[in-house]
Unconditional design. Sequence first.
Length: 376
Amino acid sequence: LQVDLWQPSSPSHIVEGAAADARVPQNATRILLPFLQQANIQYTILISDLQQAIENQTGGRSHRNRRSLPGYNYEVYHSLEEIEDWMHYLNRTYSDLVHMFSVGKSYEGRPLYVLKLGKRSRPYKKAVWIDCGIHAREWIGPAFCQWFVKEALQTYQTDPDMRKMLTQLYFYIMPVFNVDGYHFSWTNDRFWRKTRSKNMRFHCHGVDANRNWKVKWCDEGASLHPCDDTYCGPFPESEPEVKAVAHFLRKHRKQIKAYLSFHAYAQMLLYPYSYKYATIPNFNCVESAAYNAVNALQSAYGVRYRYGPASSTLYVSSGSSMDWAYKNGIPYAFAFELRDTGHFGFLLPEMLIKPTCTETMLAVKNITLHLLKKCH
């Protein structure tokens, strides 16, 4: 049975009494469902025709408003090509607030673009790093990164909080971390997760870019097998994307005060540690930031997020970017698991982009403003 595990990401995390979400080929359901019944395992079919759901999302709009960037639609999912055009456009149009640069190249040779957002008000400013799309199929991530930039540029004049954020801080925003994987999820396999590097011994592609960091690398919650979704890679920072971002963060570690990474799905706000059950030294500051952020998020549509250390709130996983950022001296490191909790899973409908991004924006602003206040 070729089962693609959506939640949790690794079979080792499946526990009795907790739900697991899996995708199965249509012809496999004839074997699987009777098996589940015999084993007395309760199941619900969440999406009965996945192919149809995919086509509803990407089909039939290859040329939608691609040319008119001023009328860029933030309530649809965009291909890598569209996102890169959009970044170039902002770089030309908002040169006072936006500076676009590349931190390196992906395995397939694509540039790894980052937008530096903020007023050049003084030579040295603290900064916040935001990345989206480490896992290719989690499309709501890149949608949020674009939404954040839009909000910043559109409300900078009118919203005192946004003005304060962009005056006192720089934001480094990487809308698509795993560019090769994201492109592949648009062209070949909508549910692709990993990077696209080749493995010579096995005919499998890719490494889990969130298990490839040099922090307790390839321990619990990561796989040594190249064909697995949570494959940690042949060595830490083996993936050029991870290596490039790690290099950039190391170089700016004194400046960067917060690291925010956006994933899907589970409706959680997670902080370190992910690789062990232990309390971080600045727990009180981070915990209160998380508590306030989750409350701010809930104020929009009543959506409740769970929050806490990743290991106990989600599951133990080693080699994650969040733990690495924290271990490298970035005091506020968070990973968001955006909507939903499994009804749509990775296929969050486009009509939910706006509410998801609107509420998440409140949380991010809350964390950022917390950062500007001294926490002891």
